[in-house]
Design a protein around this ligand. Sequence first.
Ligand code: FAD
Length: 277
Amino acid sequence: MDLDTIRDVVMARGREDLTGLGAGSAVLAGGTWLYSEPQDRLDRLVDITGLGWTPLTSDDDGLEIAATCTLAELADTAYPAHWPATRLFGQACGALVASHKIRRMATVGGNVCLALPAGAVLAALTALGGSALVWWSGGDEWIPVSRFVIGPGQTLLDQGDVLRALRIPAANLRSRTAFRKLALTPKGRSGSVVMGRRDRSGALTLTLSAATTRPVVLEFPDLPTSGELSATLADIQPDLWYDDPHGAPDWRCHITSVLAAEVTAELSGANPSGDRS
Ligand SMILES: Cc1cc2nc3c(=O)[nH]c(=O)nc-3n(C[C@H](O)[C@H](O)[C@H](O)COP(=O)(O)OP(=O)(O)OC[C@H]3O[C@@H](n4cnc5c(N)ncnc54)[C@H](O)[C@@H]3O)c2cc1C
């Protein structure tokens, strides 16, 4: 849609162009959300897609994903076979209710910064134990993605701060993963998405999203029994269960416990058959 309050669109060519992102300014990445609804408080957009950041860089330590990497680039890249956990990228991008056109434009950084409960790429990066490189106005810092989002649409970023990249350690990319999604309708927005990661020590990490106001990470030193899993889920703060037209909190809580049990079973080897999405 036309944003008729915008007076200035700047194509950033270097970091110096990102200074002075004041109250009426916003970072423009793929623009798939920014151009999808009125932005009455904005009069200036600073486009970061001209900065020329390499979308994906891998080395022995892991994978670095530029904030401007598109969802299509993330999902469609052929990763090394010894990084099976990268299949979460395709599954997460598939969980978004978005057309191919959106996938080609929308960026990983935009998905993380938007911090929607249905932000499945954000959830995948959380599930993989990723870190985020933030260019704060006062300096640079890597922080865990699990701490980056504080609520629906809310992150640690302040005016003028920019997400530069995301990094996933190689050991986590070697983990086995499982993915489940459920929505009220076959092509509807996710009501609950559960991602599991089992590392070589046997430890299990479950990441809950869509059903919760922000990604919730549950860590177990080994596979939990069904009683341990239920007790851990019952301990989740009630106000973390998300409430919107795509699902009531009690329904989301219930289906998340079903999906979490399925993910746990799959990663125990009992049901290696894969997804139900
Ligand atoms: C039809 C449709 C369906 C969608 N479905 C989903 C869905 O199911 N789940 C979901 O999560 N989203 C969904 N979206 C929202 C959006 O398309 C995605 O979240 C997308 O990944 C956002 O990326 P973008 O690059 O287009 O962000 P933009 O629209 O460019 O920006 C989004 C926000 O993030 C900020 N931002 C972007 N990059 C940075 C950065 N590097 N540093 C600081 N701030 C930054 C922008 O200032 C803006 O506030 C949907 C959108 C549409 C139009």
